[in-house]
Each structure stands twice: as C-alpha cells, then as structure tokens.
Design a protein around this ligand. Structure first.
Ligand SMILES: [Zn+2]
Length: 269
C-alpha cells in the first residue's frame, strides 16, 4: 500500500508497521504495508472503538467517503479513541487490483486465496490473520465496527448484525442509526434479511430490530467471533453497505456510520 493514498490530516495519527508476516516468501505481493491509525482522543478517554474496512478486497466503494469522513470527524468532541485499519486485507487488495475483471478474480479472498473474514482459525497462516492477532494482542475495545459492502443488496437498504458474548441491554444506538439512515432515504435490516436459510437463526435474539449473534460453532473462524470470543471487544457490529453507488452518494451514509461512533449515540457504553 502506498502511503500517499491516505489523507494528509491523518498523518499525525498514523502509525505504520511492516508486519513481518506480510513479507514472507509465499505471499505473492511483497512488500506491502499494513497501515493502521491509532487515534487517541484525550489522555483520559476510557472509550475505545476498533474500526475495520476492506476485509474483503472488492468492497471498496465507500473508501474515499470513509477516509474523508475519518479525517474530518475522528477528533471531534465525544469521539472515543479509534483504532482504524482502512485496508484490512492488503494482499487481497493487491491481488484484486491486479486481476479485476478477469475470470479468476475471486472477490472475497486475500493473496493466499482465503476469505479473511473466515480465517481466524487455530493454526491459520494467513498473513493478515497473524497481523491482526499481533495488533490486537492486549488491547480492549468497547465495540468493534466492521464496514462491508454487499453486492447482492439492491435498492436503498443497509443491514447490520451484531455479535455479543453475553446478553446485554438492547443496543439503543441501532435505533438512532436507523433514524439517521431513514432520514436520507435508506432502510435498515438485520442480517436475516439476506440469510433466511441460516441454521443458526435460532441462536439469534432480536434487539430493537437488530439480530444479535452469540458465539456459535457455525461462526468459528469469523473475525467477529474471534473478537468477541477472545474478549477483545464486548460486541462486534458489522454493517453492510450497498455497492455501486456514486461516490457522493456514500457521503451521507458514511456520516451516519460515524454518527454511530460518537458517544452520544449510545454505541460506546
Ligand atoms: Zn464483506
């Protein structure tokens, strides 16, 4: 990843590390920088949010809106500390950019051909998994927020799903997020919307219109299950945005997502 693609105002927050695993011989696209922003909003701020994007390399439609919104909003009053990884699968991103449009271009896989979001398994050798585990070691967050895009999503729809380890009070922030999304003409759904045949449905508990997924064997290996299961965050919220919108159409959507992160929303408890 080239440094220059990131907005300049974020420079002071930025840390880079050349993660050793990314440089291994069997990874096809070295050298790649795995970049994250460690944004500290106040020395005594006890609230921490983990924010991820581009776990799946073809899901980059809102990248510019997300980077711009982060630049403008990350240090506003009421924001928690944010650990932000804008390109969560750099080997996948490199492979995707190289093979875009070709028949062997798998949409969701990293450089090793695996779906990163399902690779958090014991013994995984995926460079991003090892980098993530190394980065998250010893860290704790109130929430993690994972932004994806769903290309099966048509119309003005957005859906979310939540992983939680224990039963917790209903997530009031989903209501306020839904209101702000409704305000710009979109509708929110929970993930049964796209996955009605899912055998784990019985394990899910609706909370204020958002289905909550407790740890379940079906989710072994999923990034969210790892984060919640290892108690890195109490909850992991995944939001699936639409694809193929115009660049400017993502701006209000992304602003609503960042409104969620502000502590006034109730997202950070
Ligand atoms: Zn995805």
């Amino acid at each position: 990843m080239e440094r220059k693609q990131y907005p300049s105002n974020l420079e002071r927050y930025k840390q880079t590390q050349m993660v050793e695993y990314i440089d291994r011989d069997d990874v096809k696209y070295p050298p790649l920088r795995w970049v994250y922003y460690d944004i500290k909003n106040g020395v005594h701020n006890p609230h921490n949010v983990l924010l991820t994007y581009l776990v799946h390399p073809d899901e980059s439609d809102a990248q510019k809106a997300i980077m711009t919104a982060m630049e403008k909003r990350c240090a506003q009053p009421g924001m928690p500390n944010i650990l932000f990884v804008p390109v969560s699968s750099p080997t996948g991103q490199a492979r995707h950019l190289e093979r875009r449009g070709q028949s062997d271009c798998k949409k969701n896989t990293n450089g090793a051909g695996n779906n990163l979001n399902w690779s958090f398994l014991d013994g995984s050798t995926d460079p991003e998994v090892l980098s993530w585990i190394s980065l998250l070691k010893g860290k704790q967050f109130d929430y993690s927020l994972h932004i994806h895009h769903d290309d099966e999503m048509f119309g003005k729809n957005i859906y979310g799903y939540l992983h939680e380890k224990e039963e917790t009070p209903p997530p009031i922030y989903w209501e306020s997020f839904t209101q702000s999304i409704t305000h710009i003409g979109y509708t929110t759904y929970s993930n049964q919307y796209d996955d009605q045949e899912n055998p784990a449905l019985g394990n899910w508990i609706p909370q204020n219109g958002l289905i909550v997924t407790s740890p379940h064997p079906r989710f072994n290996g999923s990034f969210e299950n790892y984060i919640v299961g290892e108690r890195i965050a109490r909850s992991a919220l995944t939001i699936e945005l639409p694809t193929h919108l115009k660049e400017k159409e993502y701006v209000p959507i992304v602003n609503a997502v960042y409104g969620l992160i502000n502590r006034k929303s109730g997202f950070v408890r």
